[in-house]
Design a protein around this ligand. Structure first.
Ligand code: ATP
Ligand code: MG
Length: 448
């Protein structure tokens, strides 16, 4: 609607008596790569999160929470300065008050290990923990890759494995089953050995890739001197053939890592978990040793890794703690949601009943019935803001509720409620107000 009052140009010299409203401000938008999750989509997130938490609980993992902001050196030391994350992706800023360099967490393991050391969490026994929340990486946003994204992160601290390595893999296999996604996700594993063979392997890789230096891209050429293992992780299609011919660390493991890996594969076979050994699997972060694994789907294009992890026996010492073997993984929530949407579409959290009421006496009875139904655990939407029966019935229908409960003057006088099924055949019928909860609970069980 055009109005002279709001559209008139404002000026200091002719403010105008009616010109009390400020001009409309331009609407702000979210930061690029950082997404809102609106209620229709959030319903699926909640179901996914509930299922995940419940599966972790059944394996004895307990929740732990650490800050989103940590001192920058924590991530530089934990993740390694020649990694994509530390080189390009961290949101780092100076605390305005004391100039300390702080970083929005790009991953969870570093903060969890810091907390475990700081609070002496492993004093009495090893710990199984999980954490959920947002992570921040300055990447190029695309499907399945965002700047604020969410992870479930799981860590077994103080366990030398390989039994806990297998436990975590088995736990994820169960999660895929319970989410109905087992068909679409497969397991890749590898061993990247211990420090000694990694050093030897590093020289072998440098020698190998130097022979192809002309064919490498700029990133990989740079990594030849900083972090040659990471060349294996390159997503550049032009390099895949060269990478495929590179020396394989899994072929030259020393006895301890070999024994660990053989036990891991044996236990996976015993648990009936199918896997592929991918000798080029290295993981993007520096702190891993021995077991590395990824769960991968081919349904999401290039962003196919839905969960990845492995063993990081050296990280506690790297961060100033005592030697503590540990194993963990992180699962990307957005990629899981994309998979679930492909498999089942969005779910909507429809209310059980929508209460239509007209008149003061009706409103009182309606409130009482609504509270009783909520006592019984049902999701009940009360009509708010008045409106005719017809208008309220339209809202009831639009809410996707299973039932409309209708209360007018007549019902209020008789102490009854009219129940009208909205999604299934059945006549509207009047039920005494005190029997509504029982009546509806019975019919809920009948048809659900
Ligand atoms: P990628 O190779 O896809 O960049 P990564 O090796 O950097 O993954 P991790 O640090 O191991 O990933 O994180 C574990 C999981 O978190 C990934 O497998 C993925 O599901 C998810 N993830 C990582 N980065 C992002 C992102 N920018 N946006 C959405 N999900 C992400
Ligand atoms: Mg990455």
């Amino acid at each position: 609607m055009k109005s002279a009052m709001t559209d008139a140009p404002r000026s200091a010299t002719s403010p105008g008596a009616d010109d009390a409203r400020p001009p409309r401000k331009t609407a702000l938008q979210a930061v690029r790569g950082m997404n809102d999750v609106l209620p229709d989509e959030a319903a699926l997130w909640e179901r996914f999160e509930e299922t995940t938490r419940d599966v972790f609980r059944r394996y004895g993992y307990r929740n732990l929470r650490v800050p989103i902001v940590e001192p920058t050196p924590l991530f530089v030391r934990a993740i390694g300065d020649a990694t994509d994350v530390v080189e390009h992706e961290m949101y780092t800023f100076e605390d305005r008050l004391n100039g300390e360099s702080l970083t929005l967490r790009p991953e969870a393991t570093a903060g969890i290990v810091r907390a475990a050391i700081e609070h002496n969490l492993l004093y009495e026994r090893p710990q199984r923990v999980w954490l959920a929340g947002p992570m921040f990486r300055h990447e190029r946003p695309q499907k399945g890759r965002y700047r604020q994204f969410h992870q479930f992160d799981v860590e077994a601290l103080g366990f030398a494995g390989p039994d806990v390595d297998v436990e975590q893999i088995v736990m994820l296999a169960r999660l895929w089953r319970e989410l109905g996604l087992a068909d679409g996700i497969h397991l890749e594993i590898n061993s990247i050995g211990d420090a000694a063979e990694r050093r030897a392997h590093r020289s072998a890789l440098v020698e190998y890739f130097t022979r192809y230096a002309d064919a490498l891209d700029a990133d990989s050429r740079r990594r030849l001197s900083t972090n040659p293992l990471r060349i294996l992780d390159s997503k550049n299609p032009a390099l895949q053939e060269i990478i495929a011919g590179a020396p394989r660390l899994v072929d030259r493991l020393e006895l301890p890592a070999r024994t660990h890996f053989d036990a891991l594969t044996q236990m996976l076979a015993d648990a009936g978990i199918a896997y592929i050994v991918n000798p080029r699997l290295v993981r993007g972060l520096d702190y891993y040793n021995r077991t590395v694994f990824e769960w991968v789907t081919d349904r999401l294009g290039a962003q196919g890794t839905v969960a990845g992890g492995g063993r990081y026996d050296g990280l506690f010492e790297e961060l100033g703690g005592k030697f503590t073997p540990a194993c963990g993984f992180a699962m990307g929530v957005e990629r899981m949601i994309l998979l679930l949407q492909l498999a089942k579409g969005d779910v909507r959290d429809a209310p059980f009943a929508y209460i239509v009421h007209v008149g003061d006496a009706a409103a009182k009875l309606a409130h009482r019935v609504a509270e009783e139904l909520r006592d019984a655990g049902h999701s009940i939407v009360m009509n708010a803001g008045g409106g005719s029966f017809k208008a309220q019935m339209k809202r009831a229908d639009a809410s996707d509720a299973r039932f409309a409960l209708i209360v007018g003057d007549d019902e209020a006088a008789a102490g009854t409620v009219a129940i009208k099924p909205l999604r299934e055949p059945g006549e509207q019928r009047a039920v005494a107000a005190q029997d509504v909860a029982e009546h509806l609970s019975a019919s809920a069980h009948k048809t659900l």
